[in-house]
Ligand binder design. Structure first.
Ligand code: XIL
Length: 379
């Protein structure tokens, strides 16, 4: 293992945590030496206790893992606490919305790069990598596109040219600034079939291979991902992804990563971490890297202590699965505070899906994730 100075700090913090039992004492350690001696102040259970950086991003460094969050650009502009925490806690960011097609090209031929560029600049200023999300998805597409296809004004040849242009323009615009792209998002449905979208209907299954090839031509260095939900365990759906990857590889299509979104719910239970790891490993064995791209764990409202503990377990199954997979390079949460979660707007009477509550206070899930990062054997 390469021990950086920051990682060494984290290791000593971990030793303190273990030797003191993390009592929650809050006195700040005067220097690095004091922190490693017996009886030195404990690492705290609060954010960034002591002088060492205790953020999730810093704690994950020893695992060679980036911890990311989806970023809501409106909250980033309006809410200083949100902005500060986004900057200090994470080592990667994903645009929650502003890199989706509808946002980038609201009118045909007129690009709106501003908000996405702002996020890229924010990430750069804070030493964060950017996970690009997403080049092709059946949701949040521009109205001119969906209406054009539905009305028959846009025919297959033109549709294919539009997709090619969208991918080239977008990947080129962010060339050198994006770590990975979700090239196609959610292209297999829960019955393990290629999702019935106008892409499939109009262009046939080759739109997937084409999308990867175009993205690779536009930026040969950026890593290219398949991304989906309900892909934690070994199921018919992940079997279908496994076959899709093999098929793409046989056609020499550049595909580099498998993104496990990880939108979980306490009412459904969770795959054990070992099963998550087993599934990730089979994709890693195909030569792919793995990322958890959109972790959140929602619950039927209102919250109670059992649900919050179960939520902590849910986050941990994803994180532990990732840590058990040497090629898992990123663990990204889909927002970090309940204040701005997408969940209540999409799932009736569900919510509280994030690591922090709406007042930015740590929930059991936050402490669980921290503890796992501290305890986990460095990979
Ligand atoms: C969600 C955003 O969080 C919402 O703000 C938006 O209104 C809809 O999309 N899977 C994905 C994400 O890949 O892009 C979705 O994000 C959540 C589900």
């Amino acid at each position: 293992m390469k021990v950086t100075r920051a990682a060494a700090g984290v290791l000593s913090a971990a030793l303190i945590l273990l030797s003191t039992g993390a009592t929650g004492a809050t006195a700040a350690a005067p220097d690095e030496t004091a922190k490693t001696s017996i009886g030195a102040p404990a690492a705290t259970t609060t954010h960034r206790g002591g002088s060492a950086d205790q953020s999730l991003g810093a704690l994950a460094r020893r695992h060679n893992l980036r911890i990311g969050t989806a970023v809501d650009m409106n909250a980033l502009a309006a809410d200083q606490t949100y902005r500060d925490r986004t900057a200090s806690e994470f080592s990667a960011v994903t645009a929650e919305n502003v890199m989706k097609w509808a946002e980038l090209e609201p009118e045909r031929g007129t690009y709106n790069w501003g908000p996405a560029d702002e996020l890229v600049a924010f990430a750069r200023a804070n030493g964060q990598r950017v996970h690009g999300h997403t080049l092709l998805w059946h949701n949040q597409q521009p109205t001119w596109l969906t209406q054009g296809v539905e009305s028959g004004d846009i025919e297959p040849a033109e549709l294919r040219a539009l997709l090619r242009k969208h991918i080239f323009d977008t990947v080129r615009h962010f060339k050198g600034k994006v770590w990975h792209w979700d090239v196609v998002n959610e292209v297999i449905d829960d019955n393990a079939n290629l999702r019935d979208t106008f892409w499939l209907r109009e262009l046939g299954p080759s739109y997937i291979a084409d999308s990867f090839r175009w993205a690779h031509q536009a930026d040969p260095k950026v890593k290219l991902y398949l991304n989906d939900y309900n892909v934690e365990g070994i199921t018919a759906k992940t079997d279908a992804y496994y076959e899709l990857v093999k098929d793409l590889q046989e056609q020499r299509v550049p595909v580099h990563g498998f993104g496990v979104q990880g939108h979980l719910g306490t009412q459904y239970g969770f795959w054990p971490a070992l099963n998550v790891a087993e599934n990730m490993a089979r994709f890693a064995d195909l030569g792919l890297e793995i990322s958890v791209t959109e972790a959140d764990v929602r619950m039927p409202m209102p919250t109670d202590v059992y649900k919050l503990q179960s939520q902590a377990q849910g986050y941990n199954t994803l994180l532990q699965g990732c840590l058990l997979t040497p090629r898992c390079v990123m663990f990204t949460v889909w927002g970090f505070t309940d204040k701005y979660s997408w969940v209540p707007g999409f799932f009736t009477d569900e919510g509280a899906a994030n690591l922090l509550d709406e007042n930015f206070a740590a929930k059991p899930a936050y402490d669980a994730v921290r503890a796992t990062l501290l305890l986990g054997r460095a990979r």
